[in-house]
Design a protein around this ligand. Structure first.
Ligand SMILES: NC(=O)c1ccc[n+]([C@@H]2O[C@H](COP(=O)([O-])OP(=O)(O)OC[C@H]3O[C@@H](n4cnc5c(N)ncnc54)[C@H](O)[C@@H]3O)[C@@H](O)[C@H]2O)c1
Length: 667
């Protein structure tokens, strides 16, 4: 069916915007409301908006009068819908009112007319509950203001037919918008559901007196948000926030009903900007928020973790795809990024521990981590590899294999392997199972591999890992024979090779798994970054053998964890777990399957960070930490001077301006 005639019921903020969009794109629009007075006001506003668009040349060569002539107004539903192909309801957010309107539309519309609601949160299935023909009812959720916002959520209720979904997705594309397919009906759909837990958190911050609204708003504004959360709630309307939270309390989780401050404001009719008072006094205009008052008792990480968590829950429940969730948040909230791309910088463990902290601090299970996050499957969830009920089942392992990087070339030494991948990542794999003990031969071969990769333009990042489940349990004690002099030479060889590794102009990442003891730990410390499992055993047992950590171990550890902690670990020979190492800053990331998960991390640096700048940054940090600050600053200026003449800098700046992905050449 081709949509030509559209009826819009309700001509308020959203109705008038929706009518305007359809008229701009050539549809005949019938707009309906309870009085001519209201309709005339709406027509006036539409005209004003069209004139502005016309002046900016955004009406595709049409005049505002031409567009206006496509909109007619009505005060009865019967006249508005009788020849409509599509009806969009945009009356106030009240289930009973919407049900009443839908029943009336069913009475007067043609059988094939599609009936859609622009509700913000109410399940479409509940609105359609008493209708005779439910297959033609769906959600069409526009964002405010509809003329500017690119997103429309297309919601499939329990009985909506596939054909109706296809027609609606098509019509949304025809009016120049992005259709986010909400494949299962849920309160708040996608974007408002992603927002719901953080709204709750903001209320609980105040209820629990974590800080004042000014201090919290100041913090979030200092983080780049255009409005603080409380200023925004006042702007949207405390009644709108209260109604949403109450609805989510009834339909999603009773915890949403816990917000005392919002309840109090609502009961005292302090509804924000519209009544002149809410969290702030608006009687003299927009409140001034002094960013100098920013508190450090709240954190952006709280909000990011909640958004990622809700996004994962939506994916697990088969409500939307990761791609649609990412684009939905970008287009629906006018942001440069969505929760899926943000999630790529975190491990399941990082998100899980933040969520558990919030859930226990506020005694609120809305903040509990999603199953996939609990089970270390964050990456599988955001990359669409979860088995989702009702959605085509994808086998996690098979998909992971398909996504595996293509090996460009591989070199087999006696004790190590070197693999180069298409993505400008290389792996050096210690290959002396079962413990990958570090022998003199392994050090010689590692030196060759480092020299072989040193200037390779096809490699930007090098991962150092071990064959099997262990990085390395240490030096091969079978070689602890011979004279003191031979032992000294052996020690120097390790120092030389590890120093070479730390100085190479490529970023190196060690994968700490199973054991990273003695030489294995020393090797990891010579790398620039370290990732690993929660349970990897890490330590310097040398002291218990009558030795001190060699191969740079006695020097590098204190530069990472500080003198006190390094002293403790070295003189006790104590082993720590990956989890402890992560909290001490030894590990940069915790992974469940580090060899698989580290590839994404390495790939993102190999492809998004300019290679010459990475090499410079590495030298600046490593050498800069050993010299007085004025010398370090001189090195920094020198590095800037060198980087200024690189092709990569030009590529980076041009790509940023043209909003495209840079292709760095390493020169
Ligand atoms: N305002 C937003 O930012 C926004 C964004 C997305 C979705 N929504 C949703 O869109 C819907 C409308 O919101 P709004 O902000 O446009 O509200 P609004 O109050 O600005 O407009 C509602 C309009 O409906 C009219 N109306 C009331 N009863 C009616 C009836 N029986 N028949 C016909 N018209 C009737 C009112 O006179 C008013 O003009 C709500 O469900 C809301 O949740 C709002």
């Amino acid at each position: 069916m081709e949509i030509k005639n559209v009826a819009v019921l309700g001509s308020g903020t959203m109705g008038q915007g929706i009518a305007e969009v359809f008229a701009i794109y050539g549809y005949n629009v019938k707009m309906e409301d309870i009085s001519d007075e209201i309709l005339n006001k709406a027509l006036k506003k539409i005209k004003e908006s069209l004139v502005k668009l016309e002046q900016k040349g955004q009406l595709f060569g049409k005049t505002s009068d031409e567009v206006m002539s496509r909109i007619s107004t009505y005060t009865t539903i019967e006249n508005a819908v009788k020849d409509a192909d599509l009806v969009i309801e945009a009356v106030p957010e009240n289930l009973d009112l919407k049900k009443k309107i839908f029943a009336e539309v069913e009475k007067f519309a043609k059988r094939e007319t599609i009936i859609a609601s622009n509700t913000s949160n109410i399940r479409i299935t509940d609105i359609a509950k008493d209708l005779k023909y439910k297959d033609r009812v769906a959600g069409l959720h526009f964002f405010n203001p509809p003329v500017l916002m690119k997103l429309v959520e297309v919601i499939k209720a329990e009985d909506t037919s596939e054909e109706v979904m296809e027609i609606l997705v098509d019509v949304v594309k025809k009016i120049g918008k992005y259709p986010l397919k909400v494949m299962k009906d849920t309160p708040g759909f996608v974007v408002n559901r992603i927002n719901a837990p953080e709204s709750l958190l903001f209320c609980l911050y105040i209820d629990h007196k974590v800080a004042t609204q000014e201090e919290i708003d100041a913090y979030f504004k200092s983080q780049g948000l255009p409005m603080g959360p409380y200023e925004l709630m006042d702007y949207v309307g405390i009644d709108v926030v209260y109604d949403s939270l109450e609805y989510f309390a009834k339909t999603l989780n009773p915890c949403y009903g816990k917000c005392n401050t919002i309840k109090e404001l609502y009961n005292n009719k302090m509804l924000g900007m519209k009544t002149g008072k809410g969290f702030y006094d608006w009687s003299k205009g927009r409140p001034f928020i002094d960013v100098k008052k920013a508190t450090d008792k709240v954190s952006m990480m709280d909000v990011l973790a909640l958004e990622i968590n809700e996004a994962v829950k939506l994916i697990e429940q088969g409500i939307a795809t990761p791609e649609d969730i990412e684009n939905g948040v970008k287009y629906g909230m006018n942001r440069p990024y969505g929760p899926i791309s943000v999630a790529k910088s975190f491990t399941s463990m990082e998100i899980k521990s933040k969520l558990e902290e919030l859930a226990s601090k506020f005694n609120c299970d809305v903040f509990e981590p999603a199953e996939s996050i609990k089970n270390g499957l964050l990456r599988d969830a955001i990359e669409g590899r979860l088995k989702v009920k009702g959605v085509e089942e994808k086998k996690v392992k098979e998909e992971a294999k398909v996504k595996e990087e293509k090996v460009l070339s591989a070199q087999q030494f006696n004790t190590i392997k070197v693999e180069k991948y298409e993505s400008k990542v290389a792996k050096i794999i210690l290959n002396r199972p079962k413990y990958n003990l570090i022998s003199g031969e392994l050090l010689d071969e590692l030196e060759k591999a480092i020299k072989y990769l040193w200037n390779d333009p096809e490699v930007n990042v090098i991962i150092i890992t071990g064959e099997g489940n262990v990085l390395s349990a240490g030096a091969d004690l079978n070689e602890f024979v011979g004279s003191s002099f031979q032992f000294l030479e052996n020690s120097r060889k390790g120092e030389r090779v590890f120093q070479l590794l730390s100085e190479m102009p490529k970023l190196t990442i060690a994968v700490m798994k199973g054991y990273a003891l003695g030489g294995g730990f020393e090797l990891s410390l010579a790398c620039d970054l370290r990732v690993g499992t929660e349970d990897v055993q890490i330590g310097f047992p040398e002291i218990t053998l009558g030795l001190v950590p060699g191969w740079g171990g006695s020097q590098r550890l204190s530069r990472i964890v500080g003198l006190g902690k390094a002293m403790e670990l070295i003189v006790t020979g104590q082993r720590i777990t990956g989890k402890e190492a992560y909290s001490m800053g030894i590990l940069n990331k915790l992974y469940k399957n580090p060899d698989e998960e580290v590839m994404e991390f390495a790939k993102s640096i190999a492809q998004n960070s300019a290679p010459v700048a990475v090499a410079m940054a590495k030298r600046l940090l490593n050498k800069g930490s050993q010299v007085p600050i004025d010398v370090g600053l001189e090195m920094e200026s020198f590095a800037m001077g060198v980087l200024f003449s690189t092709e990569d800098l030009k590529e980076g700046i041009m790509s940023f301006l043209q909003k495209k992905k840079p292709e760095f050449k390493g020169r």
